[in-house]
Design a binder for this molecule. Structure first.
Ligand code: GLU
Length: 308
C-alpha cells in the first residue's frame, strides 16, 4: 500500500472462524473511526492462518456484511493464508541470528516445571534454550526473551507493562505441525502494510508486549495502540458468539437493521449520536462517528452490547 510516513494507516483484522458478531462489529467500528478521524487509511486483513478453525465462506460473508454496514476498506484485502513465505523468512531470520530455537517440550513437561500459569498460558522454563536434547524431536520454534519490562501507552487503557520472562518466557512463533503463530504473523503483516495504528479488542492487550518485542528485534516501527472494551453477555458473562452474530449469514436483514446496530455500537463506544440518527442509514452513522469521534469517551470496562 503506497503511503507516506505521516499518513495514518489503521486496520481491521478479523479471524474468519465464525460470522461477524457484536464484538467484531465494535472492533471494526472502533478501528474505522479512529483511522478515518485522523484522515487515514483503513485496511482489511483476514487472519485465516489457523486453517482447521477457519470456516469456509465466512471471510466472504464478513466482507459482504461489512459492505452492507457501510464500511469501505482501502486497497486489497490481505489473506494471511497466502503469506506463509513471509512468516517463514522472518522465523528463519530469527533462527539465523540466534534469537529463536527449536523446542521439543510437550505441554505436560512444561506444566510440570513451569511456575504458576500466567493468565495467557504457561511460562516456558527455557528447557531447550541451550540446544534440543538428543532424545527430543522439534515441536516448536521459540523466540528468546530477555529480562526486561516492555511498556507502552495505550490510547484507551493507559500505560501497560509486562515482564516477558515472568509472564510467558520464550514464546512459540511456529509449531512444527501447525501454522506460524499469530504474534509473528501480525507483526510481519502490520509492518509490510505500513500499519501505524492498531485498534482492536482488549483481549489482545496482554499480547501487545510480545508483539512490541518482536517489532524491536526485527527493527520494525511500533504502531500506536488502542484496545477497545470487550463486549460481554447480558449478565456480564463471556459473550456467546453465536447469539450475537450480526452477519448476513446469520439471517440478519442489514438493509433494515444495519443503522440500528451501528447506532448501538457507537453508544457502546461511549459516543453520543443524536437520537434522530437511530434509524439513519449506515453511511450517515459512520460519517457522524468519524466527524464527532471522542476517543476520551471510550470506556475501559467490559459491558453488554446495547442491542437495538
Ligand atoms: N484476528 C484477531 C481477532 O480476530 C485480531 C488480531 C489483531 O487485531 O491484531 O481477534
Amino acid at each position: 500500500m503506497p503511503t507516506d510516513k505521516t499518513q495514518t494507516v489503521g486496520r481491521f483484522a478479523p479471524s474468519p472462524t465464525g460470522p461477524l458478531h457484536v464484538g467484531s462489529l465494535v472492533a471494526a467500528l472502533g478501528s474505522y473511526l479512529i483511522a478515518k478521524n485522523a484522515g487515514g487509511l483503513w485496511l482489511l486483513r483476514m487472519e485465516d492462518l489457523d486453517l482447521p478453525r477457519v470456516v469456509p465462506g465466512i471471510a466472504d460473508d464478513m466482507m459482504a456484511t461489512l459492505e452492507k454496514l457501510g464500511f469501505h476498506w482501502d486497497g486489497e484485502v490481505l489473506f494471511q493464508s497466502r503469506r506463509t513465505e513471509h512468516y517463514r523468512a522472518a522465523a528463519e531470520q530469527l533462527q539465523q541470528r540466534g534469537l529463536a530455537y527449536a523446542c521439543g517440550c510437550t505441554r505436560s513437561e512444561i506444566a510440570q516445571i513451569a511456575s504458576a500459569p500466567h493468565e495467557d498460558g504457561l511460562v516456558y522454563p527455557g528447557l531447550c534454550r541451550d540446544g534440543l536434547p538428543a532424545e527430543k524431536v522439534e515441536r516448536a520454534l521459540r523466540v528468546k526473551v530477555y529480562d526486561e519490562v516492555i511498556s507502552f501507552d495505550d490510547g484507551i487503557m493507559g500505560r501497560y507493562s509486562q515482564h516477558l520472562t515472568a509472564s510467558c518466557g520464550d514464546f512459540v512463533i511456529h509449531r512444527a505441525d501447525g501454522p506460524y503463530a499469530y504474534h509473528l504473523a501480525v507483526v510481519v503483516d502490520d509492518a509490510a502494510s505500513g500499519v501505524n495504528q492498531v485498534v482492536r479488542g482488549a483481549d489482545l492487550l496482554a499480547s501487545t508486549p510480545r508483539q512490541i518485542y518482536l517489532q524491536r528485534i526485527f527493527g520494525f516501527p511500533t504502531p500506536s495502540y488502542c484496545h477497545l472494551p470487550l463486549v460481554t453477555g447480558p449478565d456480564g458473562a463471556k459473550l456467546s458468539k453465536r447469539d450475537n452474530a450480526v452477519s448476513l449469514a446469520a439471517g440478519r436483514d442489514l438493509t433494515r437493521e444495519g443503522g440500528g446496530l451501528l447506532f448501538a455500537a457507537l453508544c457502546f463506544l461511549g459516543q453520543s449520536p443524536p437520537p434522530e440518527l437511530q434509524h439513519a442509514a449506515p453511511a450517515e452513522l459512520l460519517g457522524w462517528g468519524v466527524a464527532h469521534l471522542d476517543v476520551a469517551a471510550i470506556p475501559k470496562t467490559p459491558a453488554p452490547f446495547p442491542h437495538p
